[in-house]
Design a protein around this ligand. Structure first.
Ligand code: GDP
Length: 494
């Protein structure tokens, strides 16, 4: 009797998916490019600008295949996966370019296929005729990625870890309501839907509070509590960790047993399918991080970002004999960690942002004990909303950036209307990353004197697109987007 599908292990199913991918790859070569990052990191803006620049002849000097004139055409094509929502490029680019407002952010997974026809750089490959490469861009919330470590944790471990962290630093304050409620609950009492819901809601409020602008803490799993996608309001999300559980098995029919069952169901029906159907099929990956925002918020936000980066990199560079390595049959060959929104800084500080982010990544890589092979770091702005200039102040030339602050943005007591332009002194990042981290570590341990870098992060409107002398509208301006493209798929167009 043939084995039923359900008797296949996850690893076998992933292998089957990969086989199917490989077969279609022979006919139409493609590369699956994952785009992720925590919410508001800049995923939607990145994909929109990348596609617009490729379709509309953007300035991309560091993207070699285009620079050397080997690309003959670039177009959007129907994506290969019919059941995944399409990335609504046209809507997003209209918002960005015509309305000059930032597009709606990523809320769930989506996909877009871009196909490039090119002339190969090598004579040998040219004999086989012009090449075609499809780039399947897969946009997904970083919150979902941070769920992967849950696959290796039982409910008790998940409860313990989550509670421990909730009791540290600023999180202690934010988790107070949830933990107080949880303290009144008897885990062994009979399961009660209303109680489970109250706990899940209080826990979600805590997670949400961590993410607010003033805190900028990186998210904790379960990722769907903040980014539910199509699971919004579903019972699969009606559970929460229970603090201080006794070391024993859950009593049948108890609240603890109910929470445990739902947690396991979350893993089986939410985390695993995402892992298998999407994550395990990626070839290349860009992880966007708003490092500037975290640096601006202080040591706890930076330490938190480092923790999130460690967890993210552990997913891509799983050590041998870990639960992830047993599931992954194809390795993400290249991972680019990109610090976004560099247009908030004067170009003199771009390098510093890159160096600081590289140190964060380095520390994360060391923590998981892996090599950083195939991982690169960049500071960039997918959309450059500012221009640079200098102003004279007390006889000194000061570097400034100019742009149109979004309506309602307040700078030095003045509120902007969304039309008026202004120049600001963007501030500086520390020159020496080592001293930055020394101070940060000391401060996080409670005995430092953290000197917050003086960076002004103003939210500017997207820019007006410029026109050439011949009246041709240029593509979306950016900073180093071409370098990102070259790293992520330039080599596949050789
Ligand atoms: P997502 O949640 O990762 O999809 O984030 P978005 O792409 O929607 O970006 C979130 C917000 O960050 C946007 O609404 C912009 O305000 C800002 N942003 C993103 N990318 C850039 C950039 O390249 N430059 C500037 N100045 N702001 C950006």
């Amino acid at each position: 009797m043939p084995p039923s599908m359900t008797s296949f292990s996850d690893a076998a199913l992933t292998a089957l998916d990969n086989l199917a991918d490989r077969a279609s790859n022979l006919v139409n070569p493609s590369v699956r490019l994952g785009v992720t990052g925590l919410s508001r990191a800049g995923k939607t803006v990145f994909i929109s600008s990348l596609v617009h620049n490729l379709l509309h002849g953007g300035r991309l000097p560091m993207f070699e295949p285009l620079q050397s004139g080997r690309i003959s055409s670039i177009c959007l094509e129907p994506q290969p996966d019919d059941t995944v929502p399409r990335f609504q490029y046209e809507d997003h680019i209209k918002a960005l370019v015509e309305d000059r407002v930032w597009p709606d952010s990523t809320r769930a997974i989506s996909e877009l296929r871009l196909t490039i026809a090119y002339e190969s750089a090598s004579t040998w490959n040219r004999l086989t005729g012009p090449g075609r490469l499809s780039i399947d861009i897969v946009d997904y919330p970083g919150e979902w990625l941070l769920d992967l470590p849950l696959l290796d944790q039982d409910y008790d471990t998940f409860s313990r870890k989550t509670t421990e962290l909730a009791r540290t630093g600023v999180r202690a304050e934010l988790s107070e309501e949830w933990l107080q409620l949880a303290a009144t609950v008897d885990a062994d009492a009979p399961a009660d839907e209303m109680r489970a819901r109250a706990l899940a809601e209080a826990f979600t409020r805590y997670l949400r509070a961590c993410k607010t602008d003033e805190r900028s803490l990186s998210t904790l799993p379960p990722g769907r509590f903040l980014m539910p996608g199509d699971l919004d309001g579903s019972p699969a999300l009606t559970f929460a960790p229970l603090p201080d559980l006794e070391e024993k098995s859950a009593i049948r029919g108890s609240l603890r047993a109910m929470m445990e069952r739902r947690y396991e169901a979350y893993k089986t029906s939410v985390v695993k399918p995402f892992f298998r159907e999407h994550f395990a099929r990626l070839d290349r990956q860009i992880v966007l991080v708003d490092a500037l925002q975290a640096i601006n918020r202080g040591p706890e936000a930076v330490a938190d970002l480092e923790r999130a980066l460690t967890d993210v990199l552990a997913c891509f560079r799983a050590g041998r004999n870990t639960f992830l390595s047993s599931l992954v049959t194809r390795r993400v060959e290249k991972v680019l960690i990109a610090a976004t929104k560099a247009d908030h800084l004067h170009h003199e500080s771009h390098r510093r942002l890159e160096v600081l982010t590289a140190r964060l990544v380095d520390r994360a890589v060391k923590r998981i004990g892996m090599s950083g092979a195939g991982i690169d770091v960049i500071a960039m702005a997918a959309v450059r909303a500012t221009r640079e200039g200098t102003v004279k102040h007390d006889g000194h030339e000061l570097p400034v950036i100019t742009g149109t602050p979004i309506a309602g943005e307040t700078i030095a007591g003045k509120t902007f209307d969304g039309n008026e332009k202004t120049a600001i002194f963007p501030g500086d990042l520390p020159e020496n990353p080592e001293s930055f981290f020394q101070h940060m570590d000391a401060d996080a341990a409670g005995f430092g004197n953290w000197q917050k870098p003086e960076v002004n992060v103003v939210r500017f409107r997207p820019p007006h697109l410029e026109q050439t002398g011949e009246g041709i509208t240029l593509s979306v301006p950016h900073i180093r987007l071409d370098r990102a493209m070259q790293f992520l798929f330039g080599d596949r167009l050789e």
